[in-house]
Design a protein around this ligand. Sequence first.
Ligand code: CDP
Ligand code: MG
Length: 160
Amino acid sequence: SVCLHCLTLWERTLIAVKPDGVHRRLVGQIIQRFEQRGFKLVGLKMLKVPEDLLTQHYCQLRSKPFFPRLLEYMSSGPVVAMVWEGHKVVQASRVMVGHTNPAEAQAGTVRGDFSVLIIYRNVVHASDSLEGAQREIQLWFTGKELVNWDCCDQSFTCEL
Ligand code: CDP
Ligand code: MG
């Protein structure tokens, strides 16, 4: 959606709490970080991710040796998928989520604070670019599932 104050487009990104994060009851703490940062929640659902959605979501990784393990991990329980909106939310979320390998993730990031050394069990997904975010949001959510609304403090969270 468009910010009515600075008329720039708000970015949207896909954030998903992966099965290990759901099993470990981390959903609330992860949502809290995005709320606290000032981003706006525009979509939220819990699902057991169908295999065809997973293969489309991770299509760029299909030839990687860890791909079968990744699909197995992502199918090991439900996922909580969200769309967050805000100024530069794509890049900011990547920083908040931290390095792919939890062993290298900085303290203060979700992965650095909550995950152990096993690389692929890294708690959360965040889109890696604006184009990637648009592609992933369309894969995971229908238009009707995304809620357009104006948050009361929106004029303070745009770039004038
Ligand atoms: O999730 P992120 O964008 O940080 O990393 P990615 O390179 O897009 O990889 C997607 C996911 O594949 C990671 O989050 C890991 O769960 C998994 N992965 C893995 O199992 N083994 C690797 N060597 C690299 C990634
Ligand atoms: Mg990625």
